[in-house]
Design a protein around this ligand. Structure first.
Ligand SMILES: [Zn+2]
Length: 51
């Protein structure tokens, strides 16, 4: 499951296996803030922490 992540302001956004939607939120954050957003894969260990 991919997430968009911004180191500059600790922003992150997760989408449900939809690369197009992830791309869209990454672009939107860049347009709103000027920050460069990274794309990361959420690891299984991260997922366990959320539940
Ligand atoms: Zn940011």
């Amino acid at each position: 499951m991919p997430i968009a992540y911004c180191e500059e302001c600790d922003w992150s956004r997760r989408v449900e296996d939809d690369d197009g939607e992830l791309n869209e939120v990454m672009i939107r954050h860049y347009v709103e803030t000027g920050h460069s957003v990274e794309q990361r894969e959420l690891r299984a260990s991260d997922r366990e922490l959320e539940s």
